[in-house]
Design a protein around this ligand. Structure first.
Ligand SMILES: Nc1ncnc2c1ncn2[C@@H]1O[C@H](COP(=O)(O)OP(=O)(O)OP(=O)(O)O)[C@@H](O)[C@H]1O
Ligand SMILES: [Mg+2]
Length: 298
């Protein structure tokens, strides 16, 4: 019997006109999210994580050409990386927040106070009348989560929600998201560069490279027996210490821009296990229960 997923995305492609060519920045991506599930999405910068998030929150810019072979109407709300950055012109965060606030104003004050309470803001009656500058970074992210919750979403899309916050505050926001998932059953699509955070937080994890999902599995399976050389490299690096600049070491080479995605497996120029075939043929997915990966070698 087919399983009824909360969200079922099939062959999602997002293209832009880049230098006169229609170029996919997200390419034939399929995934699902179940009711009450926390799913992690990882991958290096530029791989298309935010584009996927924006598409599901219906916040992509007009310039985007989107195709998707099945669409279901999930009620979703999105929270972003930088709680200060409400005016980001590219991501239209401001518009999104305003929309959230409108919904909130239409409700009575009691409901807003309840929401502020639900996201762990003390003295919500007093806080109700205060301005954002009177809130710390962590508190502002809580306010953004409250605005998202005002839309009563089934799916909360959290795009690096703690990256701009310091470690203690990060942990508090993660605890809040866990609690919302636990008590209200809200599903969460959690995007992060921090693999150890995803490991402890998400039930399933998807790994993206250059516009494609290359591996997906229950989180414990992905971390204990990764199959794709890209996932293996990411996990290996995440276990290493930060360098003296406070940065994590990275995989040699860079993610190419979408216009220059190579033929065959897009990771092959950086892959230590690549063979001739990898440069010629796009790998099929290998399926093993809930675990799938796009590499014929491992
Ligand atoms: N409006 C646009 N026009 C053309 N290309 C775009 C546009 N918006 C995004 N892109 C490209 O889409 C690709 C995916 O970007 P996206 O922001 O989704 O990456 P990401 O995985 O979220 O990266 P990060 O980890 O840095 O947040 C990038 O190559 C980016 O340059
Ligand atoms: Mg992003």
């Amino acid at each position: 019997m087919p399983h009824d997923h909360l969200l079922d995305v099939s062959d999602l492609t997002i293209q832009y006109n880049i230098e006169g060519n229609l170029v996919p920045v997200v390419d034939r991506v399929s995934f699902y999210i179940d009711q009450g599930e926390i799913i992690g999405l990882v991958g290096e910068s530029g791989c298309g994580k935010t584009q996927i998030a924006l598409s599901q929150a219906r916040l992509l810019p007009k310039a985007a050409f989107i195709s998707q072979s099945s669409i279901n109407d999930v009620h979703s709300a999105m929270i972003f990386q930088d709680p200060l950055n409400a005016l980001n012109p590219v991501l239209k965060v401001g518009t999104q927040i305003l929309e959230g606030i409108k919904v909130k104003v239409n409700r009575n004050k009691g409901e807003v106070v309840r929401l502020l309470n639900a996201v762990g803001i003390d003295k919500p009656e007093k806080r109700y009348y205060q301005y954002p500058h009177e809130f710390s970074g962590g508190m502002r992210q809580r306010v953004l989560i409250a605005i998202a919750l005002a839309r009563d979403p089934d799916l909360l899309i959290a795009d690096e929600p703690t990256t701009a916050l310091d470690v203690t505050i990060q942990a508090q926001i993660i605890d809040l998201l866990k609690e919302l998932n636990d008590k209200q059953g809200v599903s969460i699509l959690f995007i992060s560069h921090d693999l150890s955070l995803v490991k402890s937080f998400a039930q399933r994890t998807m790994d993206m490279y250059a516009g494609r999902i290359v591996e997906s599995a229950p989180t414990d399976v992905l971390f204990s027996s990764p199959k794709h050389p890209y996932t293996k490299a990411l996990i290996q690096l995440s276990r290493m210490n930060k360098n003296n600049k406070g940065e994590f070491p990275s995989i040699p080479g860079v993610v190419p821009p979408p216009l220059e995605y190579p033929a065959g497996c897009r990771f092959h120029p950086r892959c230590p296990s690549a063979i001739q075939e990898c440069a010629e043929k796009e790998p099929d997915f290998v399926l093993k229960g809930e675990h799938s990966w796009a590499c014929p070698i491992t």
